[in-house]
Design a protein. Structure first.
Length: 113
């Protein structure tokens, strides 16, 4: 008789009952400094955080969802909990920017790319 068959792995934990997303959506600005991205990524409930804002980036108008510069996705025990966590994590990202002159706004790409 050989060794006993290995036990199957335990099932994954259940998914939390609620999620919320908050976006980075700046427009018509030149980004001077971005700080707090690591803090936001480690905030309670954060499942994923993405931010493409970079110093020196010129942001045009927000024309569609593709114009956003990222997001924070959070899980929570309820919808209000998930929303509060997502807003708190988003607010940890500090962006210093200045308005673009009208001529630069006309030529800046909405996504800053």
């Amino acid at each position: 008789m050989g060794p006993p068959a290995p036990r199957p792995p335990p099932p994954p934990p259940p998914a939390p009952p609620a999620a919320a997303i908050r976006f980075f959506a700046r427009e018509n600005a030149r980004v001077r400094h971005v700080d707090g991205l690591a803090d936001a990524a480690r905030a309670p409930g954060v499942v994923r955080s993405v931010c493409t804002l970079r110093p020196g980036q010129d942001l045009g108008p927000l024309l569609s969802s593709d114009s956003r510069q990222g997001y924070v996705l959070c899980a929570g025990d309820s919808t209000p909990d998930a929303v509060a966590r997502a807003e708190a994590a988003r607010d940890l990202v500090r962006v210093d920017s200045v308005p673009l002159p009208a001529a630069a706004t006309a030529t800046a790409r909405p996504d800053g790319g």
